[in-house]
Write a protein that binds this ligand. Structure first.
Ligand code: GUN
Ligand code: ZN
Length: 485
């Protein structure tokens, strides 16, 4: 029985928010995450795997159930292995047929058989046969099906699988407590990768708020060091958000499925190729073809879809390096109201992000009310509890000139959305934030923080120089606590 924890197979090399750049080691090479593994149909490859690699794929996903179901293909793949069969010598993850299970209700193959088969064809990452319970199932169904999934995960751990990595898929429908239970249990069993399952229906119907809740609940039960896969996520507009919440791997058939319907992806959303008068992309496809040529050729659209997906992942990685991933998330999430709902759900988990986030980063850009709830602001709220102030404290805006500075023991800067911090820190992260707009939310948070600061320092007397740009009503709240001048 091989129950050795193989967490050393995933090494985190850079972090930002809950996102990271990592190295996942597999028998056929390292995948640098975040990464997209395009889904390849084992029966007909519309884009040859060698070309997928040229476009940017570091690994692929294929379906072991489809291979198994086809007698000829099965014996061929058993003979030469899945890598030679597909003509791809990099990491290959094999899915288990769970999708087919969700479509047909049952399969003629057990989870044990499919895991053994995956190992026999030398898959790099095997996936047991989880049950993808759809969103909004009844609690009793979701719970019952989760029990079956967990039983299969338990069984899979004990199957002899050679060097193959094993994925433990998290299910639980849209119930956060089930997702958390699933990930805690999978974590105890110890897998090499943790996919979050049954989220395709959420993404297809733009339910990004629910998607965020599912991701965070699943992540909460896992070790922060564990690699996480988001099953079936293949639209570039959600990569930044999903990565910022700690998803490392994506697989998708979306590039090809979208292309079939003439849907052209961009990081801001999807266009129907017929509606495009211009091609808003300069990938090798779009820069050498006309719109008309793309419209008549789904292979070209699929290739474009892949190019923009890999481009977005490269940008996400650069942002992680720079510490500006959250800025990218806020930008991307303004492309669609449903993404904005996802962003709002994400900032409601800022305390969780804050616990795993790095400091410092590149300059904090305040870009709207959601920024007021960022993890850095959350962190400052906790951090300011450590300020021990006595005597006379002046809180003023950076550029305010006062004549009687010497009368004060401490001088603090007032700056939304933080509140008040020692003026000496104004050039340091995050107080050097670019906050050009003092919107209602930013001021509200700042004033709440100042009030807490005053309350936790009863031995100090506070003078607040009334900031310009702040609504009178908001400042009034502080008059009870400080001398407002
Ligand atoms: N592909 C897309 N969603 C899922 C899922 O929930 N489970 C598995 N095994 N594969 C998937
Ligand atoms: Zn293009």
């Amino acid at each position: 029985m091989s129950v050795i924890k193989k967490s050393h197979l995933f090494e985190i090399v850079s972090k930002d928010c809950a996102g990271r750049i990592g190295r996942l080691e597999t028998p056929h090479g390292v995948i640098e995450t975040p990464a997209i593994l395009p889904v390849v149909n084992p029966l007909h490859q519309s884009i040859p795997p060698s070309e997928l690699r040229e476009i940017g794929a570091e690994g692929l996903v294929t379906n072991s159930y489809i291979i198994h179901r086809n007698r000829e293909l099965r014996s061929a793949v058993l003979e030469v292995g899945v890598h030679r069969s597909l003509g791809f010598n990099g990491p290959i993850m094999t899915d288990s047929g769970s999708y087919q299970l969700s479509q047909y209700g049952s399969l003629d193959l057990s989870s044990r058989e499919i895991v053994e088969f995956q190992a026999a064809i030398a898959s790099d990452i095997g996936v047991p046969l989880d049950i993808p319970t759809p969103p909004n199932a009844t609690f009793s169904r979701a719970s019952r099906e989760l029990d079956v999934t967990l039983e299969r995960l338990r069984e899979a751990i004990s199957i002899e699988r050679g060097e193959m990595l094993l994925a433990g898929t998290i299910q639980g429908s849209t119930f956060t407590e089930l997702r958390r239970r699933a990930s805690e249990e999978a974590s105890r069993l110890g897998f090499d990768l943790y996919p979050i399952g049954a989220v395709v229906p959420l993404m297809e119907s733009y339910r990004y708020r629910d998607l965020v809740q599912v991701i965070v609940a699943s992540k909460e039960g896992l070790s922060p060091a564990a690699p996480v896969h988001l099953f079936g996520a293949g639209h570039p507009m959600i990569f930044a958000l999903a990565v910022a919440l700690g998803c490392d791997l994506f697989d998708s058939a979306a590039y090809a499925l979208y292309a079939k319907d003439g849907r052209y992806m961009t990081s801001r959303g999807t266009y129907h190729i017929e509606d495009l008068r211009y091609l808003p992309c300069s990938c090798p496809i779009c820069s050498t073809h006309t719109r008309g040529e793309l419209a008549g050729d789904e292979g070209l659209i699929a290739r474009h879809n892949l190019h923009v997906s890999f481009e977005e992942i490269r940008l996400v990685k650069q942002c992680i390096r720079d510490g500006s991933l959250w800025e990218l998330v806020e930008e991307r999430c303004r492309a669609h109201p449903s993404l904005l709902a996802g962003l709002k759900a994400a900032v409601s988990h800022s305390d969780w992000i804050e616990r795993v986030d790095r400091m410092p980063k590149s300059t904090f850009f305040y870009s709207g009310p959601e920024s007021a709830r960022r993890s850095e602001v959350q962190r400052f709220k906790r951090y300011q509890k450590r300020f021990e102030l006595r005597g006379r404290v002046l809180i003023k805006e950076k550029d305010d000139v006062v004549d009687d500075l010497d009368d004060f023991d401490y001088v603090m800067d007032f700056k939304p959305p933080f509140g008040a911090y020692p003026a000496l820190l104004r050039e340091s992260y995050p107080f050097n934030a670019e906050v050009t707009v003092w919107d209602h939310e930013a001021v509200l948070v700042a004033i709440e923080n100042v009030r807490e600061l005053i309350e936790s320092n009863p031995d100090a007397s506070f003078t607040l120089k009334k900031p310009g740009w702040v609504e009178e009503d908001l400042i009034k709240e502080l008059e009870e606590y400080a001398l407002v001048v």
